[in-house]
Design a protein around this ligand. Sequence first.
Ligand code: ADP
Ligand code: MG
Length: 293
Amino acid sequence: ATPTAIMVGTGRAAEKGVLFRDGAALQGLERVRVVALDKTGTLTEGRPVLAGSETVAGLSPDEALRLAAGLEGRSEHPLAGAIIAAARGRGLDLPEAQAFEAVEGFGVSGRVESRAVAVGALRYLDRLGIARDPALAAKAEAWSGAGLSPVHLVLDGRHAAALAVTDPVKDGARDAVAALRARGLTVAMVTGDDPGAAAKVAAGLGIAEVAAGILPGGKAEAVKRFREAHGPVAFVGDGVNDAPALAEADVGLAIGTGTDIAVESADVVLMSGAPEALSAAFALSRAVMANIR
Ligand code: ADP
Ligand code: MG
């Protein structure tokens, strides 16, 4: 490939909002066999909303939401935003949390109005040694099957409520996946979210390979597994927890609207979060490389 052709190619890509860090990224994309996509914020809007709740007897849904939102007031996680917005929407006054602790990939805990409160994934309950309430666990499983992500509330050591959160997929995400598959690429989804909910979202997008329930740090391992199974991997993500996978991938593509650390770890930056930019990046790479030969 001549330096001039690559310069022209990266220039043309930039006009379309696809920034290749260097010529190697442009060339590397053409050799990719697998495209692994982060779910939250990459395939979905990344702005989840509360879609339902279930509580044990004696606890009102509003009280569960109020205590959960008080705790989440200290969290930066997108799920926290969904819970806080729902509580405010119901006109609830949010209490303040003390002794707040965030356990990355699991959930958050602390004290709210002198009660011990924890909010997070089902595996967070296991980690805290809290017994699952069978009715709440069953409800959560039904939500997962419908593509909703369950989040659990623990009050004073007891599994007390389950909340359902939904994060709509981006317009164009399904078409972008279809365009990648039409290029003969294997498309996979990688997420820390609940496996049931993730599988449902993936199925709706036409994605057959799913790595769900992945802990922070595990996304880079998933990239290695995909490489062993299929060949060179492109990873697409936006979050802090995507940075190691972006660095590990043969080509890392970050959403420009995502976190700084993701952008810094990437070889390609997609300026808009629109899924079309992804298929455009592959099309540009192939067009430029074909022209050069
Ligand atoms: P992802 O961003 O892919 O969901 P994370 O590693 O951030 O992955 O979180 C994994 C899971 O841990 C979440 O899906 C959720 O169940 C739980 N979790 C993490 N942080 C919080 C929080 N602040 N509130 C509620 N649940 C949380
Ligand atoms: Mg994300």
